[in-house]
Design a binder for this molecule. Structure first.
Ligand SMILES: [Zn+2]
Length: 185
């Protein structure tokens, strides 16, 4: 059980407004999510840097380098940015990884709507996120995978050793006549 205790927000020596991390909060920079958290004394909540809420007055803000420190304030986690959960970027990355696996394993054509349904996102939102993470659309990804599978299949059946062994199998040893097994009584 963690003991919660309020921490003083007064840091006379180093105002939060001058902290370069505060600029990341003001910019709602998602790339620093998970690197630090901040709490707001006036609202009694703590947030991740990219929180979409209105920016607080830095005078009331304290920056925490770990989630445990943010929790130790005794404040509540913000409902808007869910600072305790995985960041949106982490969630999107796992959604896209899951969709890629489905595309790779899928025999039939997977529709965009079908892929999006599994992710809990709208088809349009899913499409945008997939493209942001992979650099290609789900359709391009699927056709690239199909082409790769085809290439793999061709190169496997065209390897010299396989061709040679197939030829050897079709030519009976010591003769050039077509191989038809003969029954000798
Ligand atoms: Zn928040």
């Amino acid at each position: 059980m963690t003991k919660h205790f309020p921490i003083s927000t007064a840091h006379a020596c180093e105002p939060v407004a001058n902290d370069p991390r505060w600029a990341r909060v003001v910019a709602r920079d998602r790339s620093v999510d998970g690197k630090f958290w901040y709490s707001v004394a006036t609202t009694g909540i703590y947030c991740r840097p990219s929180c979409p809420s209105r920016a607080a007055n830095p005078k009331n803000v304290q920056i925490h380098t770990t989630l445990a420190q943010a929790r130790a304030t005794g404040f509540r986690p913000c409902k808007r940015c869910n600072p305790d959960g995985p960041s949106a970027e982490q969630e999107y990355a796992s959604i896209v990884a899951h969709a890629c696996r489905r595309i790779e394993l899928g025999d039939g054509e997977l529709s965009l709507a079908g892929l999006a349904r599994g992710s809990g996102l709208s088809a349009g939102h899913f499409h945008r996120i997939f493209k942001t993470v992979t650099g290609v659309t789900p359709k391009h990804y699927a056709s690239a995978r199909r082409a790769a599978r085809l290439r793999e299949g061709l190169s496997r059946s065209n390897t010299p050793s396989r061709r040679r062994s197939m030829m050897q199998a079709s030519i009976p040893a010591g003769g050039s006549t077509p191989s038809r097994p003969t029954c000798s009584a």
